[in-house]
Design a protein around this ligand. Structure first.
Ligand code: HEC
Ligand code: HEC
Ligand code: HEC
Length: 453
């Protein structure tokens, strides 16, 4: 009650101050120039930088007691959603385009309290059409696969292409290496042990984390290898840039394939003269760390999963999704899910904060005290060492979700429904309704694509 009163007073103070700001002519016109300059100016004029920038230069009224608390909370959440300091308006990420598009379509930013402060704020018609054009053009230039029907060609979700260009000989060799147990120190496991291509590309043993060499368990859940080719970076914390870089890691990881060096691995594999000859035929330098991982990376480019029922639907087959699944797709977009889970993979394009509205790790300690906080829980910060990256995880792909349980980086969500409910709670700040959970989960179960053996 007391808090409500204080908030009301705070809002009145802001509204009064807002009138003053408005009278002194806050809004400028859109400058001439290149699109990025214009976009930056529009976002600036509408106050987006006030709450979505880690270098926010807060207005003078922000020191008023109630207003200060309110603003701090908004800036904290705002920058967790997205930080314009990190945004590249020249080459905007698919996620940034999706976020700005969402606010255009839903007219929900800036938030209400702030609009009271700056009466003129909220995109006007001219600004809206300029931003919409920019988003459309950038998406077409940088991300669109052009495979969707006219109805869906500008959609934030993209259709997966049937194939990517590859060198077939390297693919064949890479497939062999992916299934090669001699890469592990004791000959007991291959990449395929934890990423089973016939079963969703993740670890079908269903444990929270994967069992590696000598019965050891790592600290993080194995994601699917399917569609990893579309990821901006590899691993939950992004520590590998390419698929080949990624493939160099597990073989020398003591809890995965063994406490060993690549020198040792190549020496072991080189005892197989036929294998060495196969490498020589394709790579002049023969069998080396670089060529083994290059071949595996090439093979992984074939592990993409086109033609799931969502993609059939987006290509124009209206019957491909049933009514509940279509409702789920709509709710998925309306509830900002698709601003983080974007593009071909419905994910993989950015590192997002886990726990925007509630401390995820505190809640986990309550509900699952046996799961101990470890370095893998730091997310991107575990790789970059930056505080601002703490608890930011690569947004996982949602394709083939029905086959990749359990979910989340820590594998603590046994079912799709659990994961969906947790997303509402921690990323959206509210409880999911029965219908939202059911329809969205139904939609997410329709994402099993084709895989060419
Ligand atoms: C007064 C602070 C404030 C300002 C100004 C502001 N935002 Fe936000 N924004 C937030 C907060 C807080 C959230 C977290 C969601 C919530 O609380 O509604 C958010 C969330 C978002 C999201 C995530 C999706 C969503 O809608 O929840 C987008 C996208 C967004 N803002 C875009 C913008 C844009 C574009 C502008 C400029 C027109 C802007 N915001 C101005 C505080 C602000
Ligand atoms: C013992 C189980 C295990 C083995 C063996 C294994 N992986 Fe993984 N893989 C994992 C785990 C766990 C992760 C997540 C690690 C992280 O993000 O820190 C992962 C992550 C990946 C990713 C990143 C996907 C993404 O979305 O970021 C790719 C790609 C991948 N593995 C491919 C391979 C390849 C190729 C091999 C063989 C050279 C291999 N893995 C061997 C368990 C395993
Ligand atoms: C602010 C960005 C963001 C938003 C918004 C968001 N997600 Fe997520 N989502 C993530 C991140 C980050 C993870 C990884 C969580 C983890 O590692 O523990 C994730 C994980 C998931 C997973 C588990 C996937 C897996 O393989 O582990 C599902 C399912 C999911 N989200 C669905 C949704 C749905 C449905 C919505 C909308 C209600 C949504 N997400 C909104 C960022 C987001």
């Amino acid at each position: 009650m007391k808090k409500t009163l204080l908030t009301t007073i705070g809002l009145l103070v802001m509204a009064a101050a807002g009138t003053a700001v408005y009278r002194f002519g806050f809004r400028k016109s859109i400058p001439q120039g290149e699109a990025p300059t214009q976009v930056a100016a529009i976002l600036e004029q509408n106050g987006c930088y006030d709450c979505h920038s880690s270098k926010a230069d807060l207005p003078a009224y922000s020191t008023l007691p109630v207003v200060s608390d309110m603003l701090k909370k908004h800036v904290d959440r705002g920058t967790k959603f997205f930080d314009l300091e990190r945004a590249d308006l020249e080459n905007p990420s698919e996620v940034l385009l999706a976020m700005i598009e969402y606010t255009l379509q839903h007219d929900n930013m800036p938030i209400t309290e702030y609009k009271m402060m700056h009466w003129g704020n909220g995109f006007n018609k001219e600004e809206k059409s300029l931003l919409a054009e920019w988003i459309k053009a950038k998406r077409a230039e940088l991300y669109a696969t052009g495979l969707a029907s006219d109805d869906y060609k500008d959609l934030v979700i993209q259709v997966i292409p049937d194939s990517l260009p590859v060198d077939a000989r390297k693919v064949a060799l890479g497939r062999k290496m992916y299934n090669e147990k001699r890469i592990s120190l004791d000959g007991s496991l291959s990449c395929a042990t934890c990423h089973v291509v016939e079963q969703g590309g993740a670890d079908p043993r269903g444990t929270r984390t994967s069992e590696g060499i000598n019965g050891q368990f790592g600290g993080i859940n194995a994601p699917t290898v399917f569609n990893a080719a579309f990821n901006v970076e590899q691993f939950w914390n992004g520590r590998a840039h390419t698929l080949a870089d990624q493939a160099a890691g597990p073989p020398v990881n003591p809890v995965e394939m063994g406490d060993q060096t690549w020198e040792l691995i190549c020496e072991r594999l080189s005892k197989d003269a036929a294998l060495v000859a196969e490498f020589k035929a394709i790579y002049p330098e023969g069998l080396t760390e670089k060529t083994v991982t290059d071949a595996i990376g090439e093979y992984e480019k074939t592990l993409i999963t086109p033609n799931d029922r969502l993609d059939q639907y987006l290509k124009g087959n209206a019957q491909a999704l049933n009514a509940s699944e279509q409702k789920g797709l709509q709710l998925f977009q309306d509830n900002t899910c698709a601003t983080c889970h974007v593009g071909k993979s419905l994910g993989g394009q950015s590192f997002e904060y886990l726990g925007i509205f509630e401390d995820y790790f505190a809640a986990r300690e309550q509900s699952q005290p046996d799961v101990k906080y470890n370095d893998d829980d730091k997310g991107l910060a575990g790789f970059t060492g930056k505080d601002a990256d703490l608890h930011r995880f690569k947004v996982p792909t949602l394709r083939n979700l029905s086959k990749t349980a359990p979910y989340f980086h820590d594998g603590t969500m046994p079912t799709i429904e659990d994961a969906v409910k947790a997303m509402f709670r921690f990323e959206l700040g509210r409880e999911a309704s029965e219908e939202e959970t059911t329809s969205i989960s139904a939609f997410l179960k329709a994402l099993d694509g084709e895989i060419k053996p």
